[in-house]
Write a protein that binds this ligand. Structure first.
Ligand code: 5AD
Ligand code: SF4
Length: 436
């Protein structure tokens, strides 16, 4: 038996949290911890939380309740809470749940190893002066041929419903050189696709060798990295789609034809109340410009229904926007009041009305998603194999358009880019056969 300690991490919420969890796992591996999928086997359990919608923080507290018997049986089991709920609720979490040993915010998690070594309850929700990325060990490429890479954090937009500007703080962009170094490191470990992450990623303005670089410029530099076949980025704000970034969609072949560009609502009145600083026509215009640069691009969006003051007419405008744009996929949420945000002061829409709108919107989104998948049947597409499928001789990966694809390919290898022909569309994936 080795004396390796085991770490169990549960990640809630967005891809930025997935990235943060990987980095925390890497930081703890320098302390002798290896990852386990089984909480019961762990020496340390880390819950990396999300605060963006109500259910996420409710879930944290019920998960902590479920950990109590484990902690009672093994008092030296360390329990940590990271992420945005940790940031927003800090020491309150330990007061409510004394079994929690460590509370660490998203800007301080490079200090997790020190917090885990210390005895007694630890809380660190500072926004430290040092850059956490300078204090983390090198990347390990934990997810095979695809990797997330955070290039920007925080948000200055202050949408009226959103906690991100409070929990993640002001926008900060990582310097170009560090991003290029992390990319080369990941590529040398077999990564072929990178998704650049940021709460407002297309607001990127990082220090480059010759002044401040935009996201478009960063993408062009990443496209020069030998062996990096695919680049994606998420999440973007419509107001930050500048000319160069739009042009990059037309002339950087590695930049994949899929863009998550949340609009939240199709009603000008609600967009104004949300403090989005753009109207529906601005959104149509930016979609048109991107489609001119890359005609086959697929869009996805986030929508909130039941924002305070939303009328039937506002909701009809949202449905109209969805029909006019035609999304490849979308995510829709019922508005939930987040304490401390301006919208939380306003009278809510009746829950039954919001529920009904959510169902109607989700049905339309699903219809568009199905139609988008059906349109791929019979076409040749490229798939990056991420893992073997459940059936023998099957590989699973994503197409350029981010469709999940199951491919019949007995000789397929993880990390390969294969040309395949799409045979059929199922609920959430395509099936295909290899042709080259
Ligand atoms: N209520 C419901 N949905 C929200 N989102 C952000 N804040 C809230 C809220 N208070 C949604 C937005 C955002 C996505 C990540 O979560 O649609 O784009
Ligand atoms: Fe939140 Fe996104 Fe708005 Fe920023 S742009 S406040 S992260 S919804």
């Amino acid at each position: 038996m080795s004396d390796a300690k085991k770490l169990f991490i549960k990640t809630y919420g967005c891809q930025m949290n997935v990235y943060d969890s990987e980095r925390m796992a890497e930081a703890m591996s320098a302390e002798g911890y290896t990852l386990t999928d089984v909480a019961e086997d762990a020496d340390m359990v880390l819950l990396n939380t999300c605060h963006i919608r109500e259910k996420a923080s409710e879930k944290l507290f019920s998960d902590l309740g479920r950990l109590r018997p484990l902690k009672d049986a093994r008092p030296d089991l360390k329990i940590g809470v990271a992420g945005c709920v940790a940031q927003a609720e800090g020491a309150e979490i330990q007061r409510r749940m004394p079994l929690v040993d460590i509370v660490v915010g998203p800007q301080a998690y490079h200090r997790l190893p020190a917090l885990a070594r210390a005895s007694g309850p630890q809380v660190d929700t500072e926004f430290p002066a040092e850059d956490k990325f300078d204090h983390l060990p090198e990347r390990k490429a934990l997810r095979g041929p695809t990797a997330f890479l955070t290039v920007q954090e925080g948000c200055d937009k202050f949408c009226a419903f959103c906690v991100v500007p409070y929990t993640r703080g002001a926008e900060v962009s990582r310097p170009v050189e560090r991003i290029l170094r992390e990319t080369r490191d990941l590529v040398s470990r077999g990564v072929r696709e990178i998704t650049l992450l940021g709460q407002n990623v297309n607001g990127y303005h990082g220090e480059g060798p010759d002044g401040v670089w935009s996201l478009g410029r960063l993408i062009r530099a990443l496209a020069e990295v030998d062996g990096l076949e695919r680049i994606r980025y998420t999440t973007s704000h419509p107001n930050d789609m500048d000319d160069d970034l739009i042009a990059a969609h037309g002339d950087v072949p590695q930049l994949m034809p899929y863009l998550h560009l949340p609009v939240q609502s199709g009603s000008d009145r609600i967009l104004r109340a949300m403090n989005r600083k753009h109207g529906r026509d601005d959104y149509f215009r930016v979609i048109d410009r991107i489609r001119k640069a890359r005609p086959d691009i697929l869009f996805s969006s986030d929508f909130i229904v039941g924002f305070p003051g939303e009328t039937d007419a506002d909701f009809a405008d949202t449905l109209d926007l969805v029909r006019r744009v035609g999304f490849g996929q979308s995510y829709s949420f019922k508005y939930s009041a987040r304490p401390g945000t301006p919208a939380a002061e306003k009278a809510p829409v009746a829950p039954a009305v919001a529920d009904e709108r959510l169902q109607i919107l989700q049905a339309l989104i699903l219809e568009q998603q199905r139609a988008g998948q059906e349109a791929m049947v019979g076409r040749e597409v490229t798939v990056l194999y991420e893992k073997p499928g459940r059936q023998p001789g099957q590989m699973v990966g994503k197409s350029d358009h981010l469709h999940a694809v199951h491919v019949n390919d007995a000789g397929g290898r993880v990390g390969e880019l294969a040309r395949v022909r799409v045979l059929a569309s199922a609920a959430n994936s395509l099936s295909a056969v290899r042709i080259s």
